[in-house]
Design a protein around this ligand. Structure first.
Ligand code: HPA
Length: 271
């Protein structure tokens, strides 16, 4: 049995009903898992074949529960490319979700803002992405059972889900920006010269995740939406230095609003 089948079989054995919606939490956003009801938390380390994460602030638990009464799988902690294990861990994770029958993947992350009018604390729905990681998680032999060799990334971030996010933002009295997310491999933050260049490329936010998950999920036919929590102005936009501690702090500060947005969105998906 492949390790993906092992992960699927184990997770299935833990669910009364396998959720159609999965939620990936980003840096500083772990607290959102606390708003799940009827939930249980399984350490990644206990799931056969699953990968653990090594980044502070990324807890490494799969939560099976409900948000707004809708069954949801919530991934608290993700493995990043910069951890040096390539894209295998994220491939495994997304293909496990696809194999379980998950249909919608909601991704969250922490990001730096390249837009002077989108300050720290803002939430941004990703309209499109620019993959500057230098890699693509689908490089290698293609498994036709999962998806096609050449994947269309038009509307990679599902227009209906983006509209639903905007409606949910209005219903929870908050502003939801929409923009282009640019991924670098990390783990360094960017230089001011890179940020200047990325602004001319059309990026609104920059971060070190989400793009591989989106590509893998689209390959496997899942619908995707993603929300960035702006934790800082990107390098060189102010005189300030950047730090992971700031990312975690600002992520936590915005987590309540993001949680409201997600609860409203997922509630509507179940309606
Ligand atoms: N750059 C890259 N990743 C990030 C940033 C940033 O400024 N802020 C939070 N994650």
């Amino acid at each position: 049995m492949s390790s993906i089948s092992e992960s699927i079989e184990f997770i299935r054995s833990q669910c009364e009903q396998v959720p159609k919606v999965a939620l990936q939490l980003g840096s500083g956003l772990n607290g959102i898992a606390a708003s799940l009801t009827n939930s249980k938390a399984i350490p990644y380390a206990d799931i056969p074949g699953f990968y653990d994460t090594s980044v502070p602030g990324h807890e490494g638990f799969l939560h099976i529960g409900e948000l707004s009464g809708v069954p949801v799988l919530c991934l608290q902690g993700r493995v990043h490319y910069y951890e040096g294990r390539g894209f295998e861990p994220v491939r495994h994770t997304i293909r496990t979700l696809a194999g379980l029958g998950v249909e919608i993947l909601l991704l969250t992350n922490a990001a730096g803002s390249l837009n002077p009018h989108m300050p720290p604390g803002s939430l941004m729905s990703i309209r499109d992405h620019i993959n500057l990681s230098g890699m693509n998680p689908l490089i290698g032999p293609n498994d036709e059972e999962i998806g096609p060799r050449f994947v269309d990334l038009m509307n990679a971030y599902d227009p209906e889900l983006r509209e639903l996010l905007q409606r949910s933002a209005r219903n929870t009295d908050q502003r939801l920006y929409e923009g282009v997310y640019l991924m670098t491999s990390g783990p360094t933050f960017e230089t001011p010269a890179e940020i200047y260049a990325f602004r001319t490329l059309g990026a609104d936010a920059v971060g070190m995740s989400t793009v591989p998950e989106c590509i893998l999920a689209r390959h496997a036919g899942l619908r995707v939406a993603a929300v960035s929590t702006v934790t800082n102005f990107a390098a060189g936009m102010t005189g300030d230095s950047l730090s992971h501690a700031e990312t975690e702090r600002e992520g936590k500060a915005a987590a309540g609003r993001l949680s409201d947005l997600l609860a409203e969105t997922i509630g509507a998906l179940g309606a």
